[in-house]
Design a protein around this ligand. Structure first.
Ligand code: ATP
Ligand code: MG
Length: 295
């Protein structure tokens, strides 16, 4: 759906993005994750032909992002990071305007989405709170049910319930065959909905990972309470066990790789309680990439 080859955008006197090559497959939710100033918005604006690349190339739907920009725009939904529109319009009038621009007869999924997001389409957009304005932005990106959604920090300003609703809406979109590229600096939301995540830092792509695999090749925190205090040396000797701590009967440690040897060793004693915790994606990233990127 999206294919970039060494895409580069330099601003006069400032780094934008450098040599970004990535592919977003049809039917996936692809997360673009990075701290402030990393280059997420620059990438999205370059993809959308709002910025001219200084180097490299991007295509969407197999079309050149510049030469094919008219067709590309007609087939995608986009929410810019700084969504604004005429504040005098109501949400409904704004959607009608968007529909007309797209040559569509009705408001499509607009009213259904408004209900899901509890958005008021009959108030002037200028009178809405920031979060409620953001909902109108989301609805205009989604109302025509586009095959590809490109969303720049879509959950900005949404309260936790609405963030939840949004994540469900885009998961539904994916499940119906749609594709989503979204940017975020929140690991938590990326972790919850994305199939793959690209980490961008200082204008460069530092990692692209399948979320499930990233978790799969990671580790667990284990905490076991035994009936009697035990000699921890036998647990410490198991390959993959580290950071072992004990207060006598409760033993806590980290296991990288297979859990089976730990379970078998524990089974030699009476286990009262056992707790397994998966690390957060953030913890995994810090473990594998550190704060400065891959080593
Ligand atoms: N119009 C511009 N002129 C000059 N430099 C710019 C311009 N827009 C962005 N930059 C620079 O490009 C870099 C990437 O900015 P960008 O807005 O793409 O980051 P971002 O990842 O979207 O950050 P945020 O999370 O804050 O939205 C930054 O160093 C920024 O200062
Ligand atoms: Mg941005």
């Amino acid at each position: 759906m999206i294919d970039t080859d060494r895409l580069t955008k330099r601003y006069a006197g400032a780094r934008g993005i450098e040599d970004l090559s990535f592919v977003v497959e049809a039917g996936e939710i692809y997360g673009f994750l990075g701290p402030n100033g990393a280059g997420k918005t620059t990438t999205i604006r370059t993809l959308l032909d709002l910025l001219h690349p200084s180097g490299g190339h991007a295509s969407i739907f197999g079309l050149d992002s510049h030469r094919g920009s008219r067709e590309i725009r007609s087939r995608l939904g986009n929410l810019p990071g700084d969504f604004t529109c005429d504040p005098r319009l109501t949400g409904r009038a704004f959607l009608a305007f968007c529909a007309e621009a797209r040559g569509l007869a009705g408001l499509g999924r607009g009213p259904v989405l408004a209900e899901r997001f509890e958005a008021d389409l009959d108030r002037r957009i200028g009178d809405l709170s920031r979060g409620n304005r953001q909902k109108i932005g989301l609805i205009q990106a989604l109302f025509h049910d586009p095959e590809l959604l490109i969303l720049d920090e879509p959950t900005t300003g949404l309260d936790p319930l609405m963030q939840e609703e949004f994540l469900e809406v885009i998961t539904d979109h994916r499940d119906r065959g749609g594709t989503v590229l979204l940017s975020s600096h929140e690991l938590d939301e990326v972790e919850r909905v994305c199939d793959r995540v690209a980490i961008i830092r200082e204008g460069r792509l530092v990692a692209v990972e399948r979320v499930a695999e990233l978790r799969g090749r990671s580790y667990h925190h284990v905490s076991i309470r035994f009936e009697e205090s035990l000699e921890v040396a036998e647990l410490a000797a198991i390959p993959g066990v580290s950071e072992l701590r004990t207060d006598g009967t409760r033993v806590s440690f980290k296991v990288t790789g297979a859990l089976d040897p730990v379970v078998k060793a524990a089974a030699h004693h009476t286990v009262l309680d056992m707790e397994l915790t998966e690390p957060s994606l953030e913890e995994v990233f810090l473990t594998y990439y550190g704060r400065e990127g891959p080593r």
